[in-house]
Design a binder for this molecule. Structure first.
Ligand SMILES: Nc1ncnc2c1ncn2[C@@H]1O[C@H](COP(=O)(O)OP(=O)(O)OP(=O)(O)O)[C@@H](O)[C@H]1O
Length: 286
């Protein structure tokens, strides 16, 4: 059996902003090759945690190690050669073609002012084909739809050939087919992936492990049997959750019911629950 190798190790990681603890005493590991889902309600701290991991946030306290070295020992370029990041909102200031945006994934591996060679061009074309954008390479990035922009950013990450992929709600703008394709593609890369995702059924279809966050803390960390439990989901999201076997795969299927949320355990403080923690449409279930 292959030995596990920690890619990220956090020990009592905390981060404070505006005199408030956004992340509180987080301790966890992400092993090489794992596909980990970061889940939890709006404002739980998922994006903030990812920002610490790709060093957008640096003023955290506690320990954060990448490949068994303190994260702060890595230069920006050294990290960019190993970690690709796909964010929630694709950058909009690009005055570039789709080809040029995807080719930015090569930057961490290239010398200043070096030109794309034939191999680079092939790599960019392959990545564009993998995300269904082969026919849009010459199109202006800003003229793409939201979902196409997101797929272009994923192609850029593929071109980067990272060892680790961090994705912050990468399926936000995507239709269901592209949601499934993007996560399947990320999984097929065989690299370590940490993905923040709201759709728990989508997460359950792809993730090997789940880190459930709430109010800046880790509530549960483990496989779906230990994390995606009725008790955890009801407590954290404040809605009634039913879990049964998924008809298409071996994982769970989660169904939510807003109306039952008022019967919940009294430990959930409805007065302090933000409306954004609940689906806006009472009929909605996923
Ligand atoms: N720079 C900052 N200054 C002050 N507060 C911040 C800052 N960054 C994040 N926060 C707050 O930290 C909390 C966690 O935000 P974060 O974006 O990490 O949550 P999230 O779990 O990713 O939420 P969502 O699911 O809505 O994207 C929020 O209440 C947010 O307003």
């Amino acid at each position: 059996m292959a030995l596990s190798f920690p890619v990220f190790e956090a020990e009592e990681l905390s981060w404070q902003a505006s005199d408030k603890f956004i992340l509180q005493q987080l301790s966890f590991r992400v092993e090489q090759g794992e596909f980990v889902g970061l889940i939890g309600p709006n404002g739980a701290g998922k994006s903030s945690l990812l920002r610490c991991l790709y060093r957008k946030i640096t003023n955290y306290s506690g320990q954060l190690r990448f490949m068994q070295q303190p994260l702060e020992h890595y230069s920006r370029q050294a990290l960019a050669q190993q970690i690709a990041v796909v964010l929630q909102e694709p950058l909009s200031q690009f005055e570039l073609s789709v080809y040029e945006v995807i080719s930015m994934g090569l930057t961490p591996h290239k010398r200043l002012l070096s030109f794309d060679n034939q191999q680079d061009r092939q790599r960019i074309a392959n990545a564009a084909a993998q995300v269904d954008l082969a026919d849009k390479l010459q199109q202006h990035f800003n003229s793409l739809s939201g979902g196409e922009k997101q797929r272009a950013m994923i192609a850029r990450a593929i071109v980067q050939q990272p060892k680790v992929l961090l994705m912050d709600e990468p399926t936000n703008h995507l239709d269901i087919r592209h949601q499934l394709e993007v996560l399947a593609l990320a999984k097929s890369l065989g690299i370590t992936v940490l993905v923040s995702i709201h759709d728990l059924n989508l997460a359950a279809s792809f993730c090997d492990r789940f880190i459930l966050m709430n109010n800046g803390s880790i509530v549960a960390n483990g496989d779906y049997q230990s994390v995606l439990t009725q008790t955890n989901l009801e407590q954290v999201f404040g809605v009634k959750a039913e879990i049964d076997p998924h008809p298409f795969h071996n994982g769970p299927r989660i169904t939510f019911d807003l109306d039952s949320s008022f019967d919940l355990d009294s430990s959930f403080d409805l007065d302090n629950a933000s409306n954004s923690n609940r689906p806006s449409d009472p009929e909605r279930s996923s």
